[in-house]
Design a binder for this molecule. Sequence first.
Ligand code: PHE
Ligand code: ZN
Length: 874
Amino acid sequence: MRDAQPTAIYLKDYQQPDYWIERTELTFELQDEYTLVTTLLDLVRNDQAADGADLLLAGQDLELISLVLDGQTLTTEQYELGDESLTVKGIQQRSQLAITTRIYPAKNTALEGLYRSGGMYCTQCEAEGFRRITYYLDRPDVMSVFTTHIIADAAQFPVLLSNGNLIADSVDNGLHKVTWHDPHKKPAYLFALVAGDLRVKEDRFTTMNGRDVALKIFVEPQNIDKTDYALDALKRSMRWDEEVYGREYDLDIFMIVAVDDFNMGAMENKGLNIFNSSCVLANPATATDAAYQRIEAIVAHEYFHNWSGNRVTCRDWFQLSLKEGFTVFRDACFSADMNSATVKRIEDANIMRTVQFAEDGGPMAHPVQPDSFIEISNFYTVTIYEKGAEVVGMLHKILGKDGFRKGSDLYFDRHDGQAVTIYDFVQAMEDANGVDLTLFKRWYKQAGTPLVTVSSEYDADAQQLRLTLTQRCPDTPGQSNKLPQWIPVQLGLIGANGKDLAIHVEPASAWTESSQVLHLTEAEQTFVFSDVAEQPRLSLFRDFSAPVKVEFEQSADDLLFLLQYDSDGFNRWDAGQRLLLSWINAAQQGNFELRPEVREVFARLLADESLDPAMVSCLLTLPSEAYVAEFSAEVDPLAIHAARKQVHQAIAESLSEEFAACYQRLQSEAPYAPEPAQMSARSLKNLALAYWVKGSTVGLQQAVSQYRSADNMTDQMAALVAVVNSGDAAQAEQLLADFYQQWSQDALVVNQWLSVQAGSAELGKVEFIQQLLAHTAFDWRNPNKVRSVLGAFANQALCHFHREDGAGYRLLADAVLRLNDSNPQIAARLLTPLTKWRRLVPQLSELMKAELQRIMQHGALSKDVYEVVSKSLI
Ligand code: PHE
Ligand code: ZN
């Protein structure tokens, strides 16, 4: 908790530390009440530091037991203990410092540092958790070689893990003692320790140069039958990184541990990745296809960090996107290669448009390389991760596949073992390709989503098309008058036969033929296409080639054409979404009607067996309420809900037979497997079911029967959701009770059960959420449960969250205040929906703002919550 007003830290103030730590030797004695940590540091003074400079270490919630410098126990005059720091005087050019601290893992509810989760111990050190273990130079530019001794009761803790290789392991006198040594130097945020009574699933992997690597997944005993898929995904990731990036694994062992209490998805600790159990455990009966795909992506993401993050790390936390943006880009390409690339692109664009654009347009907007923060935990954002990945993806488009690979090779070779900046990454791309990316770097500095406007003019006589593009980027907190950015516009001109026309464009220097990309680099540019024999339809920003908003009037007929014939799958989807969005907007004005020719197109798509079913499923999925909101000037959540529902109902009713037929066609006798073709078929089958349930009572019966006969969670859950959404309350209640009965012993499934209810427009009323919070299945200390109920409610059950009397906002604000003390990171994350108050219709806006003010008035706000609330109210 803070005592004074929290202050911001600035990128411009970055300075190297006065000391480096060559070697770190840690000893953990795990005892019931507390843990003793002894730290031996081999310090070396930085050449740039003054002689006799003090050593300033960070520490938080630590009890200092002893301090020994070069063999001498220090007295209180020789050091200074601050609230969150320890200053030691008298350090030589080379010194050894021994520090003993006592910590209380069982009382650690913030889940940073060393804490207990169920019967096990685990750590989370990114970003600044290591300082809750011992006093340290807890900053990513201090890289050290770690040796870790762990001593614990042998009966309770047969498994004791840390980074690197196991070099000693013994049991004596009932005590289990191990030593781990990690030969790769690393910053403290990559340190990890795990202790528990765990089962292990093992496999092996031989790297491209013949290194034999032991792969191990550690889980609590009841979960041992949920490890196969993650192990398989891990091996595929390891191979893929060799093939696509030439990057090989560098230790003889790679471990993953699943823990139930975890603030985030997973963590890339060197050689010892720690995962939220929801992001690693799966079997067909308990995990949906979506969960399998998430697991595949996260296992890959954490594995890929071994190079993009660990071997080459960040100089400071302002460079967070250096590792996260790049690694998300890498895992997205991996997922695209394993499954449908188009569907993956659609999912990512959807997240950008609904979540990232909202962040970029709100009070927490920040550049991909932020220039200040109060609490770094608040900056693990969609901007750092997803927009950061989009920026890397634009470099990939600009440089091409081979050019990008040359750049990444140079980057890894040049900076191996270093802590570097985002610009070092760009520099490597420049040097490897001989290009100047000065202009491109604005993507890292400027917050906000650029708006591109489009106008075009066709001259039939001259066979010319003039395309004028303008860009401007709105002001964001602390930033105005932005400069034009380098926007790659991948495009096609489509002829009446649906085929792309050849492109001849002036200025030729603005066009890259190989990637079909036009480079928009100025505030306004006109491009002239010649030899255009017919008036084409424009397909712009294919493959979502830049994270921008586009203002482009295209007729409903043009959109319908693109939906059917564009050779770019992403733009087929985009055209469809624009159409659907226009209907939802029309419904809000009270004049929506499903035209017969549109109905025919949808019917044809549903019946077209040449298309990837998952793609058809994307094409026919309505934009979410959050997506619609993001495309509205002033957000009226209740009107959006009603309008979307009306459009959904109209489609369901007019195509009810087609949905039924599609559903029947996609029934399969094959035993369940989480493999791409099956997952794709199931996604369309279950979309068809969801519509069919709305369009006819036969559909509802079918959903109930699918629920009863399902042998896998994908089908069981889809049927349950369809029944819940059908509006048949009695039937829904019965299935929900049955589901809980069946799965009450499986925490991950119970979380899905909580979230289906809390996020549902049919059920998620405020009073009902309060009941869920009081249910035995709920636990305030477990972040997954908090997300399942409160996250689902505030982000999905929008018609209840935005209740006219503000009760939904009050519920969320109460939860934030409750979690503020126990788990500030989770509290701050829960706040996100409340930061959007300025976008709402006036009455709701006032009510939401009042809740933020109420939080602000609360006495002892954590830095995390303080930063989000105070910035939201400015
Ligand atoms: N570095 C982790 C990842 O993205 C995320 C994380 C951040 C986990 C902070 C825990 C704490 O892979
Ligand atoms: Zn990451």
